[in-house]
Design a protein around this ligand. Sequence first.
Ligand code: HEM
Length: 165
Amino acid sequence: MELKITPVAKGEKIEFKNPTKFYEAIGGEEGMKRLMYDFYDRIYESDIAHFFPQDEDEFEKVKEKNTRFFIQICGGPKVYDEADGMDLNEYMIRLHDEFSINEKARIEWLGTMKEALDNVKDLDEEAKAEFWDYLENFSKLTVNSFSDGSTYYASYTQAIDKSAN
Ligand code: HEM
């Protein structure tokens, strides 16, 4: 199955839906941890490694928080507390504001995730497609630096959250 990447356009409306089948399909907490730790190990070998903490303990914390976020967003238990009552996706868009993320960085992030996903054996294709669809769309909202030199921080109102949860 081909996991497509479509380009981001500044200010466009972005529709996305939280994945509902992926948590179970990946094998619950253990499976999600395996995927996310593999993803971050690959991130450190990627062109966007410099965005992330170089300190080992800090890196470990990012892996751990990232795993909890994806557990929750993908239909698992509510284990990500950092959003403090704010909508989880809105919180995640704002968290990325402090980094200068352009389309190239987004494509590298997605490409790294694709490698990690392709490394999972016997993953249900439908669940994988649903997860990818969320990532591919949602990642557009993290892009805030554009090729004309301008910046634009996605407002949550341009995100059309089709999730039921
Ligand atoms: C689908 C898109 C994305 C999702 C769902 C996502 C999710 C996350 C999560 C859950 C965290 C950890 C939050 C925490 O500290 O509690 C995080 C941190 C981070 N993400 Fe993303 N991310 C996405 C795209 C990107 C992209 C495209 C970049 C490009 C470089 C990026 C760069 C970062 C950085 C630099 C951090 C912070 C690391 C630190 O704590 O120093 N993310 N992201």
